[in-house]
Design a protein around this ligand. Structure first.
Ligand SMILES: Cc1ncc(COP(=O)(O)O)c(C=O)c1O
Length: 492
């Protein structure tokens, strides 16, 4: 069969794969972040089932012409809302090879012999970088981490560990009274994956949201909560870079407080973004205390310029993985079969190869420099905003998120500008921006915790997040001017 790779059609396969590669490169280096806007009308076309096949070269051509213009290009310099540029050449090489090599890490000996050890190595590197203790590894339960397909998967697995640690054998016996399995998160800034995990795990919607101050736990409110619900809290979650403002929690204080009140509570650090600071000697101190937490979620596909989807959940005490071990005669009962400790995952692709390539290629020291530059450019952008007459800065820059609002004139703010009016203006600006598809910034709702406009009011700011090393200060000046132009169009 021509469509199936064999020794007889190597030349044809190479031509097709080269073409796929060219399309990918051309796309990533395109000037706009999106060429065309997709509509529901086009969607109906897509639903038609292909009864007859299309020759691959023709299919690639059709794809390039008809599909690609509608794709969002996260590695474009005008794509500024998220840091996940996915443009490390080594990372992309790893991604290509992952799919080529088809190693299945569910089992080691016959499915993925060296891949298993390389995945263990990647986890060991991350543990070392983050500051967890490194012990000899003699089997899979000694590793102290697993690779998942995203921060959501890592958080869900962390909550499963928390649940089993809290009431042993819940996996076997089921959840008896869900309201006794509470999870504590900071109010208004948590990522939905924790609430969803609680529900996926049969613990219901029993999340307790604690008041915050400047996007961190209000420690008095946290203490009151811990005392009030003593014995009913399975986990406290802290953000090492929350999804909106990238504020780093007061890690040591939260650790001391939680463990003083109940040492059995599972302390989870969602460091999907913030673990990146551990690569830099200069920035590492910002996340000191993280190594005391029972588990840590990391998202290399967000912050290390690595393509989707790969995350690592690190566990302080590797032995705890025994709490969530799966046994089946379909998984080899061997020392290094990952399938024994990777809940929610069956066949397991070698996605950690992307991390392996990227870290080997750039090296820890230069990754550290890259992260430092990323934090610097976020500060520069915040500075531009502070110095401007028509934008206000909403957050302190802890890592790489710059949350801001267009206000027209700061003098109006001093005259007690109506927040609803500002919200509407920024929502309109964002809609217009999305519609035109030239620039991308993120937008969300957020409590004004710092009281920039009005303490506690719900605001709808815009957000730039540095991550793509190709974005420079000129690009950032341009986006501010672009917003001013859009604002002018709204006024008219
Ligand atoms: C703080 C935080 N945790 C978890 C997640 C979920 O990560 P993923 O999208 O990789 O599942 C996100 C996503 O933005 C996040 O910002």
């Amino acid at each position: 069969m021509k469509e199936i790779l064999s020794k007889d059609n190597q030349k044809y396969a190479k031509e097709c794969l080269n073409e796929a590669l060219n399309i990918g490169l051309k796309f990533k280096l395109n000037n706009n972040f999106k060429e065309k806007k997709y509509t529901e009308q086009n969607f109906k076309e897509l639903l038609k089932i292909p009864k007859k096949g299309t020759e691959l070269k023709e299919l690639l051509k059709n794809f390039e012409e008809d599909i690609l213009p509608y794709c969002s290009n996260f590695s474009n310099e005008n794509f500024m809302g998220f840091p996940d540029a996915g443009n490390s050449i080594a990372g992309i090489s790893g991604a290509l090879l992952t799919d080529f090599l088809q190693q299945n890490l569910i089992n080691s000996s016959f499915c993925a012999p060296i891949a298993t050890y390389m995945e263990i190595a990647v986890i060991k590197w991350l543990r070392e970088i983050i500051g967890y203790e490194i012990k000899p590894i003699n089997n899979i339960w000694d590793v102290g981490g697993i690779i998942t397909y995203g921060g959501t998967g890592s958080n869900a697995t962390a909550m499963l560990l928390a649940r089993e640690n809290f009431k042993k054998n819940t996996m076997k016996n089921g959840v008896k009274n869900p309201s006794n399995y509470k999870i504590v998160i900071p109010k208004g800034i948590g990522h939905y994956s924790i609430r969803s995990s609680s529900m996926w795990l049969g613990c219901g919607d029993n999340i307790i949201e604690v008041e915050t101050e400047n996007f961190r736990y209000n420690l008095e409110a946290l203490e009151e909560t811990l005392i009030k619900y003593r014995g009913k809290i399975m986990s406290v979650v802290a953000y090492v870079g929350d999804s909106r403002t990238m504020t780093i929690e007061n890690l040591k204080a939260v650790y001391k407080l939680v463990k003083k009140i109940d040492s059995n509570i599972w302390l989870h650090a969602d460091a999907c973004h913030g673990f990146s600071l551990a690569f830099s000697k200069k920035l590492r101190q910002k996340i000191d205390g993280i190594e005391c937490f029972d588990s840590i979620s990391t998202d290399p596909h967000k912050v290390l310029t690595i393509p989707y989807c790969v995350s690592a959940l690190l566990i302080k005490n590797p032995e705890k993985m025994k709490l969530i071990t799966s046994t089946s005669d379909l998984i080899m009962q061997e020392d290094y079969a990952w399938g024994q400790i990777t809940p929610f995952i069956g066949s397991k692709s070698w996605v950690s190869l992307k991390i392996w390539f990227m870290i080997k290629n750039i090296g820890i020291e230069n990754i550290g420099k890259m992260i430092e530059e990323r934090c610097e450019i976020a500060k520069k952008f915040a500075d531009m905003i502070e110095k401007s007459d028509d934008f206000v800065l909403i957050n302190d820059i802890n890592i790489n998120s710059v949350v801001f609002m267009y206000v027209g004139s700061k003098k109006d703010i001093l005259r007690n500008e109506d927040i609803e009016k500002l919200n509407k203006l920024n929502i309109k600006l964002h809609c217009k921006m999305m519609d035109k598809g030239i620039y991308h910034l993120h937008k969300f709702s957020l409590p004004d915790d710092r009281g920039v406009l009005k303490k506690g009011a719900i605001i709808h700011p815009l957000r730039y997040m540095s991550g793509n090393p190709n974005i420079n200060t000129k690009n950032l000046e341009n986006v501010l001017n672009y917003i001013r132009t859009l604002a002018g169009e709204i006024d008219e």
